[in-house]
Design a protein. Sequence first.
Length: 276
Amino acid sequence: MPVKTYEDTIHKDLIQPMKEECYRINNFVTQSIKTHKDGKYTTFWFEKDDEPKTLIEYIAKSISFKDFPNGFPDNYVGFEWWMQVKDTKEDITFHYDKDEGLSSQKNEYIYPIHSTITYLTNVGGPTTIFNDENYDNGYLSFPKVNKHVVFDGNLFHGVIGPLSKIKPTKDSKRITFLINYWYQKPIEPNCIVFPYDRFTLSPLTEEHVRLQESTKKEKSKILIMKYKNGYNNYTIYRNRTPIIVSFAKILKSMTTYSFKFQRNNEIVSVQTFSSF
């Protein structure tokens, strides 16, 4: 299965500290580090044999061990991590995860071993992940606190913000923590070791370790999407090429679905744009 979902990857008492840390780091990245070519933001690198001394890097490494319970693959070198803090109706453009610096500088495309998403809030649009370039089958994952999604690193994916199901409060944000696993480190300046001299991450404590070591992630259900009560069409884009996708009219929040549909020419209800 190219996509798997889990619950309770992070201890419940560490969710709020992780949310707060993601807010802080996101502000640092967006306000203090300049964007790179093509408007891309900085991500951070952690070598497989490094020992974490901060909360967020410890959580990331803990997740990596849970994602590879039988050991890391040969030639694995480490992981890239970052976060996204988005408005609840905001799209995330459809794309492939890749070495962003290499794609911008040399137009070369190298993909991670696996990509992952850990939702830290329940609000915002679902992640759509396509199985292949027919774009008619895949997975739709609505945000749910502490849901962890792992998928093959070469799959096209993005977020359709208007499909959000939970009514947000005034200051609600869609917060996700992202980790990609690599056979080779993505190049600088897009992916760097965290600049500890420019920003202070929350330190790791014995209590953080005690709590996180007590967690055991559980596999969660993926439901088959049912179209018997009708469907809505949406248009997404790969570059400037429109792709029509169909989802059931009745969808539940916090749920993960697998979907497969046949295309037709009915009215498009939402448009969301993409970059490669």
